[in-house]
Ligand binder design. Sequence first.
Ligand SMILES: *Cc1c(COP(=O)(O)O)cnc(C)c1O
Length: 438
Amino acid sequence: MPIPTLDENLRAMRPCLWVNPGRDDAAHALPALPIRYSAIEEAEARWRRFAPLLAKLFPETAASGGLIESDLIPVPHLQRAIMGDSPSGTWFLKGDHALPIAGSIKARGGIHEVLEFAEGIARQHGLLDSAADYTALAEPAARQVFARYTVAVGSTGNLGLSIGVIASALGFRAQVHMSADAKQWKKERLRKRGVNVIEHAGDYGEAVEAGRRTAQDDPFSYFVDDERSLSLFLGYSVAALRLRDQFHAAGIAIGADAPLFVYLPCGVGGAPSGITFGLKHVFGDNVHCFFAEPVASPCVLAQMSHPGHPGISVYDLGLDNRTDADGLAVARASELAVQTMTPLLPGIFTVEDDSLFRQLALLHAREGIRIEPSAAAGIGGPQMLLDTESGRQYLADNGLAQHMAQAVHLIWTTGGLFVPDEEYRAFLERGRRLLSAT
Ligand SMILES: *Cc1c(COP(=O)(O)O)cnc(C)c1O
């Protein structure tokens, strides 16, 4: 039987691992990109300037001094449940499922972009004096200025939650265009905070387009463009600097003998590409990032494997973009993500919805950790690399096979903190049923 081509696997919704033929060494690839390392440092400096204000507006961040960061979590029981006794390095989660304020990875990009916008408005209006005490932005004088502006966004749910919550906390008007995939509880959570939630019958791309149009002709309207935004990308990239410090504090040295593998759930591509960009600057060729997409919505894989068809969507491949991973239900990739990842990203794998629920239940059973289905997409990553033909080929081609006992596998869990109990119970039941059937 002939080996199925990539497109055949994608059309048949068969989980697969694609290795990117366009990848280059970090030393060649990074200087050729239009975004510099200094831009990551500027974003990090912005987070630090705003930290006192965030600690004031969101008491749940006071303990971390107003910095929004997640834990590095060892998961030996999950590792054993999946890999048994075969040597498979050391596994961790990067726990963005518990990020405060937004409850997902969108706390990194979304909040950063609204802070950058607020900072610009504040400077323009002389609200930040020379002492630059950012807590002044919580005072009535600043809020009156912010209240003249609307911050708008299109979202499948989580970006809307992030933007809506931070924008309304600062006193902006907030308008969130939600796609048909967006969960009811996410809309209700926003409406309770006074956010204007506009529901669309179409997919994510249509919700984004509707938001972009509304904001277009209004000088008091600012649109957060998830398909193109550099500020979102840089907000995400800061995670790499934080992760470097966390590994250092934990006594873990990443290097040629101890490579780092990172598995990132991917929707439009903004979050995983921003993080990968940062990680490449920090760890160079010793980090290997893989994106995880649902079999029904592999939009970044579709675009990166068809560079001759700009704007290709998963519909063009005959897929329907219907997945229970609502955070990843995106039909067309971000151009910025594709542009930056073409020379940097080792590969992308796809995941069936049933696997997401199985892994969600497994993580709960073995480690007591609660995540949403989208956030489980990376959990199958180590097996994709270690137990598939193309994964083993990648390790062999890159001289990694002999270092795998010392490898560090980092599974980025991207959301779940605010999932209502009732919803989570239903996820868990579905996952448990599937686990007991195998
Ligand atoms: C948005 C999201 C992602 C992926 O981010 P993109 O920028 O859309 O690629 C992953 N997981 C969760 C839970 C998300 O909400």
